[in-house]
Design a protein around this ligand. Structure first.
Ligand SMILES: NC(=O)c1ccc[n+]([C@@H]2O[C@H](COP(=O)([O-])OP(=O)(O)OC[C@H]3O[C@@H](n4cnc5c(N)ncnc54)[C@H](O)[C@@H]3O)[C@@H](O)[C@H]2O)c1
Length: 321
């Protein structure tokens, strides 16, 4: 397959690139190296691929519809994996217009470019945040998901709805994958596991919002990548699928696991819950299991151990946030 991968230099995108190239696919990686976190980390992440014969890097913006159409036809792409986004729930509360512009208008530009280029296979990165504070737990894909708590959650739900529209109007095959907090090597520096690890190793206090009881389903990045690849292979019709980890744990339990793996107690600065944050995320994975054979395989304990081993090796080169 020849795959246009948007957000290719990001955390999930760089892991996915490696797996797709190893499987013999051609990857056209598109990224605008935005400044949400240090673009040097993204350039470093894709460095191993740059000279490979089945990889091309295109530096550009998903809102540039003409560029996308040109890339799709120039490289004869047959499939698109759309990961590019303005990420982060809290960031979206501060910059709602930018979030909507990139995640909604940008997704529309991509869909239009695909339509004019006659490319109709799309895997779209969505998010567990679309469930908001739904009382139907664990979260199932048939939940209406109409109570977003942040511009980011709204933008992800809107992108799903836009993709459904293109499925309906133009016969696109679409899989919208709702990722549940993804972690692992190269995780975005502002995300909890990265940030806590950096600060603990540096002997600095960590800030926890709420009372530690919020729960999250954490997914090791290798499982997320497996889910994306299986979705690519099973594209057909329109699917909404939860791609989560093995279990949900509380924020306090997460900190405890990181403390154990690092071998150091955390100094905790407690702060009130943040607007936009959900109380819990908990994935029902039965639909993804039945539809694409998705089974996560890395437990949170094992994943945290792997992450911290990686982090320690990289620590000298990593900024401490
Ligand atoms: N990491 C998670 O826990 C998580 C959870 C749910 C959903 N997601 C979704 O998965 C996708 C990948 O997330 P990630 O954690 O790898 O984030 P990331 O920020 O590391 O990767 C996103 C990439 O998109 C690029 N990008 C941003 N705006 C762009 C634009 N206008 N044009 C082209 N490229 C642009 C960025 O430069 C970045 O490299 C995103 O859509 C995100 O919303 C991630």
């Amino acid at each position: 397959m020849t795959i246009l991968l948007t957000g290719a230099a990001g955390f999930i995108g760089s892991h996915l690139t490696r797996q797709l190239l190893a499987a013999g696919h051609v990857v056209i990686g598109l990224d605008n190296f935005d400044d949400q976190y240090d673009p040097a980390l993204k350039r470093q992440a894709i460095r191993p691929f740059i000279r490979l014969a089945n990889y091309r890097l295109v530096t550009g913006d998903i809102r540039d519809q003409a560029l996308l159409a040109e890339v799709l036809s120039q490289y004869r792409c047959d499939t698109v994996v759309h990961l590019a986004a303005r990420t982060g729930v809290r960031a979206s509360v501060h910059e709602p217009a930018l979030c909507i512009d990139v995640n909604v208008t940008g997704t529309l530009a991509l869909l239009e470019a695909m339509r004019v280029s006659n490319v109709r296979r799309l895997v779209l990165a969505s998010s567990s945040s679309v469930y908001g504070n739904s009382s139907f737990v664990p979260f199932r894909e048939d939940d209406e998901a109409n109570g977003p708590l942040s511009p980011y959650a709204m933008s992800k739900r809107s992108a799903e709805l836009l993709a459904h529209t293109y499925h309906h109007l133009y016969g696109f095959d679409v899989a919208c994958l709702r990722f549940f907090t993804v972690y692992g090597p190269r995780q975005r520096p502002e995300m909890a596991i990265s940030k806590f690890t950096a600060r603990l190793l540096d002997g600095k206090p960590i800030t926890l919002y709420g009372d530690g009881s919020t729960t999250r389903n954490y997914t090791y990045v290798q499982d997320t990548v497996t889910g994306i690849i299986q979705a690519i292979h099973h594209l057909g019709g329109f699917d909404l699928l939860n791609i989560g980890g093995m279990a949900s744990i509380s924020l306090s339990e997460l900190v405890h696991l990181i403390e154990q793996a690092v071998g150091q107690r955390a100094i905790i600065n407690w702060q009130p819950a943040q607007p936009g944050d959900a109380q819990s995320t908990c994935a029902d994975l039965r639909q993804a299991q039945a539809r694409i054979g998705y089974y996560p395989s890395v437990s949170i304990k094992e994943g945290i151990g792997r992450f911290i081993n990686w982090y320690k090796k990289q620590a000298l080169n990593q900024p401490i946030v």
